[in-house]
Design a protein around this ligand. Structure first.
Ligand code: PLP
Length: 438
């Protein structure tokens, strides 16, 4: 047996015995071990321990925006670690990278979003926001304003609050969601939100929560006018609007933040993922100036909410350098331009292949539906998207599926550094894979 085989076997056995994978089938993992053990990455490509190279069509989990192998980010982490790897920001302590990153986020987020609470990821950002908005209303003299309206098909993470806000039933089935406090509106219906407010009473509702584009729920892009209507409803009913830009932030949709497509400024913005392009965990909750001012004015005593790693200097230093790369290399504009290529390719697949139904995309986030019948939208009994992406992986392309409910969907979210040739290559592999399983 070659050394390579020995290494693969050793890692596979250790993985099966000791490693519980996130969001995975525990049984399948026990039977088969990990399908891919990755070793390195460069640009839009990743390579496994056997030397096989793949295009990362998902930027891993929608997050490696600046692509793999960026030495500048390794350098930023190294320099900060050597200088001051970590220090807490509890109480009166602070550090320069956290201060500068907070100021930078205030500069690049829309409108008067300007005050930043740091977390370590998207789920923490969500649970933090739910606590902060409730705390806010309590201070304002509305202790009953506690409920949160989120939406069907939403994904907000796996902390207990974030799971409850998530509108994909499968996630909630695993455990008991905090159901009465989270109400799920129809995905793109402002009327559904109005009905919930009427039924529950605005005096009991703290916030409306939405991803500008639903990611894990299948890349669902709202019609024009929807978020403008939502903003108005929130204002009229004294309800805060929380935008979860964990996937859509930092250039993914061809704007720095997706809310900008509809000229809407949320009261609270949640970010993570692309803030460091995944090079190190970090998230944040960004508040509008007025909210921040009210909190300052009304607060008494200690804000009893903070993570050990809130304001982690190394994570913040990496984020600053990451944002600098996004700006210097015009990656937001590249996402817009390459997004047009991606859309063209999706349309071509749709016109060429009988089983490609609806396609949708904005910037470098997109999806296609696998259907048995394009006219009726009828689905195959056995879902094909998982088989297609398995085939694509064999051929050197990593993609993901959405298969909740009756969905049979393939989703796309490549690194923002992708070029036209790489998009063409990605779609050639996908086309061959679909034809192979059709
Ligand atoms: N919010 C959205 C919109 C997400 O897509 C995700 C993760 O995919 C999260 C929150 C949770 O983020 P994390 O996995 O960093 O906790």
């Amino acid at each position: 047996m070659s050394n390579q085989h020995l290494l693969t076997n050793e890692l596979t056995e250790l993985d099966k015995k000791h490693f519980i994978h996130p969001t995975s089938s525990i049984k399948e993992q026990q039977e088969n071990g990990p399908a891919v053990i990755l070793k390195e990455g460069h640009g839009v490509y990743v390579t496994d321990i056997n030397g096989k190279t793949y295009i990362e069509g998902m930027a891993s989990l929608w997050n490696v925006n600046v692509g793999y192998g960026r030495k500048e980010l390794a350098q930023a982490a190294k320099e900060q670690m050597e200088q001051l790897a970590f220090s807490s920001c509890f109480a009166t302590f602070s550090n320069e990278p956290a201060i500068r990153l907070a100021a930078k986020l205030a500069e690049i987020t829309p409108g008067d979003l300007s005050a930043v609470f740091f977390t370590s990821g998207g789920s923490e950002s969500n649970d933090t926001a739910y606590k902060l908005v409730r705390h806010y209303w309590k201070l304002k003299g509305y202790p009953n304003k506690t409920k949160i309206i989120s939406r069907k098909k939403a994904y907000h993470g796996v902390a207990i609050g974030a799971t409850s806000a998530t509108g994909i039933q499968d996630f909630q089935n695993m455990t008991t969601a905090l159901a009465p406090e989270f109400i799920h509106a129809d995905t793109f219906s402002a009327d559904s939100v109005r009905e919930i407010i009427e039924r529950e009473g605005a005096e009991n509702i703290a916030a409306f929560l939405a991803e500008p584009i639903q990611g894990a729920g299948g890349v669902n892009i709202p019609p024009d006018g929807y978020f403008q209507a939502i903003r108005k409803i929130c204002d009229e009913n004294n309800i805060l609007f929380i935008a979860d830009e964990v996937i859509t932030g930092f250039g993914r949709t061809g704007k720095m933040f997706a809310c900008e497509h509809w000229n809407v400024v949320p009261d609270v913005m949640l970010i993570a993922k692309g803030i460091t392009s995944g090079y190190i965990p970090l998230g944040a909750v960004v508040l509008r100036e007025k909210l921040h001012r009210d909190l300052i004015q009304l607060s008494e005593g200690t804000l009893l909410h903070g993570f050990t790693y809130s304001g982690h200097p190394t994570a913040c230093a990496v984020a600053l350098r990451n944002i600098q790369i996004i700006e210097e290399e015009n990656l937001v504009e590249n996402a817009r331009l390459m997004g047009e290529e991606l859309h063209k390719q999706l349309k071509m697949l749709q016109s060429e292949l009988p089983i490609v139904g609806e396609v949708r995309s904005l910037g470098l986030i997109g999806a296609l539906e696998i259907v048995k019948n394009k006219q009726t939208n009828e689905r195959f009994e056995k879902k094909l998207a998982p088989i297609i992406i398995h085939e694509a992986r064999q051929r050197g392309l990593i993609l993901r599926t959405v298969t909740f409910g009756d969905a049979d969907t393939i989703v796309f979210s490549p690194p923002l550094v992708i070029n036209k040739q790489e998009i063409e290559k990605m779609f050639q592999i996908l086309r061959d894979s679909i034809i192979a399983v059709m």
